[in-house]
Design a binder for this molecule. Structure first.
Ligand SMILES: Nc1ncnc2c1ncn2[C@@H]1O[C@H](COP(=O)(O)OP(=O)(O)O)[C@@H](O)[C@H]1O
Ligand SMILES: CC(=O)N[C@@H](CCC(=O)OP(=O)(O)O)C(=O)O
Length: 261
């Protein structure tokens, strides 16, 4: 099967133009079919505050009322997505930025209102991904750049966590490609000691559950790891978590980052 690289970049990479440029320079060196998935939660929070729309988070997910939906649409679908696409073009890589509503790429279901009403937040499963359309786009030799935006098929955009999009997208594509999924962020991998910065090179589910109990992994790393294990257990060939610089090393060198096993 042909290889497909699905790469997710974290909010603290997207937030900083120097970091973003350094990441994209290593991203363009990766050969073959590629999809880049991004959020931009930190910028959405900053822009929202400027517009009088303060963030409300619940277990790492953003409560997305109408005003917040306007902010995340502008930030993820506009500012961040367009900036990434323009930077890729500037580096000689032809890229196309599309939300989940474009060409019906990702249709989500609005999350049930109980126990917490998240508002315009979408849940997805592998059937939500329009695999045929994605294949057509990839066959045009375009790098697909997807923000954390899906739609409900009834006229509404929905906010969907970017790690969840990356994992679900990778699972859906795994029926047609050898998929490698890389979560890139500002640490060298999953840390067994956050203060000493000790990286765990291989992480299985029992060790992850132990880390969760012991508080070794917390906040945004919890949903990231749930998504990572979900992908690994659902047909994605390789799942790694590591630093946004030197993506090629992360992909090719077993000493780099954390491999989900
Ligand atoms: N054991 C751990 N190793 C690495 N990062 C951790 C760990 N536990 C918690 N984290 C936190 O998880 C964050 C990554 O989650 P999140 O902010 O959602 O990432 P992203 O920006 O990639 O979406 C890191 O910035 C770090 O603060
Ligand atoms: C529903 C929900 O929480 N969506 C996320 C989507 C952005 C995201 O995932 O961005 P990072 O990768 O920068 O964290 C949010 O609005 O924060």
């Amino acid at each position: 099967m042909e290889k497909l690289h699905v790469v997710k970049i974290g909010g603290k990479v997207v937030d900083n133009e120097g970091s973003l440029e350094s990441f994209l320079k290593s991203f363009v060196k990766v050969k073959g079919k590629k999809v880049l998935i991004h959020g931009g939660g930190k910028i959405a929070t900053q822009v929202g505050l400027k517009l009088g729309v303060p963030p409300r988070m619940e277990k790492g997910r953003r409560i997305t009322d109408r005003d917040t939906l306007e902010v995340v649409t502008m930030v993820y679908g506009g500012l961040v997505n367009r900036r990434i696409v323009a930077m890729l073009q500037g580096m000689g890589e032809s890229a196309i930025g599309l939300t989940g509503a474009d060409a019906n790429l990702i249709q989500a279901k609005m999350r049930p209102k109980h126990p917490v009403d998240f508002g315009y937040v979408g849940d997805i499963e592998k059937e939500s991904i329009n695999v045929d359309m994605v294949q057509k786009i990839l066959d045009l030799d375009l790098t697909l750049v997807l923000p954390a935006l899906t739609h409900d098929g009834m006229g509404n955009l929905l906010n969907t966590n970017a790690d969840t999009i990356a994992a679900t997208f990778a699972i859906a594509m795994a029926e047609h490609f050898d998929v490698s999924l890389n979560f890139c962020f500002e640490e060298n991998g999953v840390l067994s000691d956050y203060y000493k910065k000790t990286v765990v090179s291989k992480l299985d589910r029992p060790l992850y559950e132990q880390y969760e109990k012991d508080g070794v992994v917390f906040t945004g790393m919890l949903p990231k790891l749930q998504n990572a294990f979900n992908a690994k257990e659902s047909g994605v060939k390789e799942v790694k978590i590591g630093h946004f610089q030197n993506l090629e090393d992360l992909m090719n060198d077993n000493q780099q980052g954390t491999t989900i096993i």
